[in-house]
Write a protein that binds this ligand. Structure first.
Ligand code: C5P
Length: 423
């Protein structure tokens, strides 16, 4: 881990101030970032000027403050596209409910939202709003959308709000925001720590066709598997993601192989493994346990519908197959186990039965919201250790798992997580 100056090392932050009372923390934030060695350029939404003057922001940042999408002077000096690209990180603090909504829907109706739509740089937001606004399903849906797109969220804290109410919604304190920014750049510095590592990840459900219109499947969203693939790729690993039908896009930098059935998933995995040595395989897919004999024309109900019997055959076990000893066996094979009780006992037994090295047991009991949701609670069971990871975002589970993989395989054990305080 470097000194603050090494972490900052002249990194440029584009700070977007949206119009909330927390904008009055901007002077302190700008000062703290600059003290840590970052250069800061600011974009202010019109309403932000109600809480802090552009003159103060300009004086503290030592740069012009950009406010107006249609300002001839600003555009001539620095077009909004250039503004959005000439930064190493775009930080939105405070981020109002309105700006979160506009970011989630892709609106570009002022300079702040246009810059956020046009940027090709990492974006981090520090939301600040009234508790009810934060808890509103619309804001929570926007939060999920932004997280899925890779935007880092510095979660708001609990406390007294400007409106006099008490609850969650206060913008994170300045030291927390600065720490999240530094954690981001530390992760960035360790970006190529896994280069040379070849990884295979399975994700999503499989679907087993019964006839041309019907199939057997499950509710897996693919979020956890895709997050593991993304975390590996972010650190420079060469990742192949074999996935069943999901509505998520493949993470950037990952080579995606879409499949339908478990048998196709197994074939795709074997091809990847036979192509060249895979160092780590992470089987996150919720593979359907059975397939039915396929009827090539639609099965008719008939005039007087009678019960239909399907004969189901067990699918091949991909995790167990990849775990078998042999020249192609990855050095580390990891499975996930969705359980509803006796998590650790079940995980220990499953690790033995499948022959894999690690099992991440996750609780999918009704009410946990794990299946299809954003968060996960995991027990990591290895040959010699058992670790409990409290409920956290699936992206954080992925970051943490990848750090464990990196140190187990002898890659830099100092891979740091950007996820401290950040989801
Ligand atoms: O047996 P169970 O489905 O609980 O095992 C879960 C683990 O095994 C997951 O890692 C899953 O990806 C993997 N698995 C597999 N092929 C199967 C069934 C499960 O790879 N047919």
């Amino acid at each position: 881990m470097g000194t603050p100056e090494q972490t900052a090392c002249g990194r440029r932050i584009l700070l977007v101030l949206s119009g909330g009372i927390a904008a009055c923390k901007a002077p302190d934030l700008i000062r703290s970032l600059r003290e840590r060695g970052f250069s800061v350029r600011c974009v202010m939404a019109q309403a932000a000027a109600q809480f802090v003057t552009p003159l103060t922001v300009s004086a503290l940042s030592g740069d012009t403050v950009y406010q107006d999408l249609f300002s001839l002077t600003d555009e001539a000096q620095m077009g909004h596209i250039r503004l959005s690209r000439e930064a190493d990180l775009v930080l939105v603090a405070p981020c109002t409910a309105s700006l979160m909504a506009r970011m989630a829907t892709g609106l570009a109706d002022d300079l702040a939202s246009t810059v956020l739509l046009a940027t090709d740089k990492p974006v981090m937001i520090a939301p600040a709003m009234n508790t009810k606004m934060w808890e509103h399903p619309a804001t929570q849906a926007n939060r999920s959308t932004l997280l899925e797109r890779g935007i880092r969220i510095i979660e708001p804290g609990v406390g007294e709000l400007a409106c006099g109410e008490y609850g969650v919604g206060r913008m994170a304190e300045v030291p927390g925001i600065v720490a999240a920014v530094e954690a981001h750049f530390r992760l960035h510095q360790s970006r190529f720590v896994l280069s040379g590592l070849r990884a295979l990840v399975t994700s999503g459900p499989t679907i087993e066709a019964i006839d041309p219109v019907r199939f057997i499947s499950n509710h897996s969203s693919g979020r956890q598997g895709h997050a593991v693939a993304a975390a590996l790729a972010t650190l420079g690993a060469d990742v192949t993601l074999v996935h069943g039908p999901v509505s998520l896009p493949a993470p950037p930098g990952v080579s995606a192989v879409p499949v339908q059935s478990a048998r196709e998933m197994l074939q795709a995995c074997l091809s990847v493994i036979e192509e060249g040595k895979v160092d780590v395989a992470v089987c996150v897919a919720a593979v359907a346990d059975w397939y039915a004999h396929y009827t090539s024309s639609k099965i008719k109900k008939g005039q007087d519908p009678a019960p239909l019997s399907l004969s189901l055959h067990p699918n091949p076990d991909i995790l167990a197959t990849l775990s078998r000893p042999g020249p192609h066996r990855p050095r580390l094979v990891i499975g996930f186990a969705a359980e509803t009780g006796d998590l650790v006992e079940q995980a220990r037994a499953k690790r033995q039965r499948k022959g894999c090295d690690w099992i991440c047991a996750n609780d999918v009991s009704p009410g946990t919201g794990t299946f299809g949701g954003m968060r996960n609670t995991v027990y990591l069971v290895t040959e010699t250790t058992e670790e409990y990871w409290p409920a956290m975002d699936k992206t954080e589970v992925a970051d943490r798992l990848v750090r464990s993989v990196a140190s187990a395989l002898g890659y830099a054990s100092s891979v740091s997580s950007a996820a401290e305080k950040v989801s």
